[in-house]
Design a protein around this ligand. Structure first.
Ligand SMILES: C[S@@+](CC[C@H](N)C(=O)[O-])C[C@H]1O[C@@H](n2cnc3c(N)ncnc32)[C@H](O)[C@@H]1O
Length: 347
């Protein structure tokens, strides 16, 4: 049996209970972002009724609401499962391993573009002592080491032992690089001992960003410079007919997934409050046009499922939303901010 998109939308809206014709179209608009044309809705209703997939509730006279028949419910479930299988081939259901995730991300053009801006802004020179706060698997250590040359030094710090091990393995050939396992809230580094500090997408995860910035201030010399890059997750947008589910996906990410989801817009203020002079804030909008690339960053399927479980939208809306993302030309965008912050020089 063939069900068109219009018929599928009708079946989905009736899955939660009987509805009148006009209410069906309102529910379709909520689910997909658009109403069906008059002819298209009545055609879909007539065909579904002819196939015995929906039926009127007789007892209510002329204004008869429609409901799914048992056969209709079966067809709906079968079709959703089959589109879900196609979508699942596109999107990852499992949580990726965190080292592979960071390494894949670091290799993507969109991450490299903000890292290039960060590196220019840090203005590293030969002989500088630099620190990478939350160095992860160490993907930035080589670039920092090249800029400070053999007369300088780079210290990578991360509190995750697996990240530290990977960062050390990556930098065995770099004599000026050292990696230590430590908490960025409490750095094992002497006061005023570093010229430059770099932190890329770490403050979004930490318990107390104020304290981390106070630590960065403590370890930097007067005249030292800190460069921060952080996303602002509320800026995440999708091009999807179902704009409400897109907004709810972003809301869930902000409310429940990322600890400090608004840190992008807050970093300049927090740096100023920690005693830095903020000399520049550079917005970097990452545009994602490949669904699979976006999925590697956003875990679309996983997080849509979590959002549905948390009541941000229904499981069916989630599935239709994912199907739409997998089927249509993809567009999503999110903005990060690179903040350049300096300490006053010696007086
Ligand atoms: C999104 S990753 C970014 C890694 C790296 N900066 C990069 O650009 O690839 C965040 C890193 O911050 C580390 N991290 C989070 N909280 C930390 C803390 N309190 N102390 C030290 N590292 C921390 C995590 O272990 C993880 O490696």
């Amino acid at each position: 049996m063939q069900t068109t998109d219009a018929q599928m939308l009708v079946l989905c809206t009736l899955a939660r209970g009987p509805l009148h014709g006009y209410a069906i179209n309102t529910a379709i608009q909520e689910l997909s972002g658009e109403r069906l044309g008059r002819g298209s809705l009545s055609g879909a209703l007539a065909r579904l009724e002819a196939k015995n997939l929906i039926e009127p509730l007789d007892e209510l006279g002329r204004q008869r609401p429609l409901r799914l028949t048992a056969a209709g419910r079966e067809v709906l479930e079968r079709e959703l499962q089959s589109t879900a299988r196609i979508t699942q081939r596109m999107f990852e259901a499992a949580v990726p391993d965190r080292i592979g995730y960071q390494e894949r991300l670091a290799a993507m053009d969109l991450t490299r573009s903000h890292k290039r801006i960060m590196l220019d802004a840090l203005a590293l020179g030969p002989g500088h002592c630099a620190i990478d706060l939350g160095c992860g698997p160490g993907t930035d250590l080589a670039a920092l080491a090249a800029a400070v040359t053999s007369s300088g030094s780079v210290l990578g710090v991360d509190n995750d032992p697996a990240m530290v091990e990977r960062a050390r393995a990556r930098s065995t050939d770099l004599a000026s690089v050292e990696v230590r396992q430590a908490d960025v809230h409490d750095l094992p580094v002497a006061d005023a001992s570093r010229d430059r500090a770099w932190t890329d997408r770490v403050l979004q995860h930490v318990q107390d960003p104020h304290r981390v910035l106070a630590e960065a201030r403590r370890v930097l010399r007067p005249g030292g410079r800190l460069v921060i890059a952080e996303p602002d997750w509320e800026s995440l947008v999708f091009d999807h007919a179902d704009a409400e589910t897109s907004r709810a996906y972003t809301r869930h990410l902000v409310d429940r997934v990322v600890r400090n989801a608004l840190i992008g817009r807050q970093s300049a203020r927090l740096a100023a409050q920690a005693g830095f002079e903020v000399s520049a804030v550079v917005p970097v909008t990452h545009v994602l046009r490949q669904a699979q690339e976006a999925d590697q960053i956003l875990g679309l399927q996983r997080n849509a499922q979590r959002a549905a479980e948390a009541g941000y939208f229904s499981a069916q809306a989630a599935q239709l939303w994912l199907d739409g993302l997998a089927r249509e030309p993809f567009f999503a965008a999110v903005t990060s901010y690179v903040v350049v912050a300096e300490l006053p020089g010696w007086r």
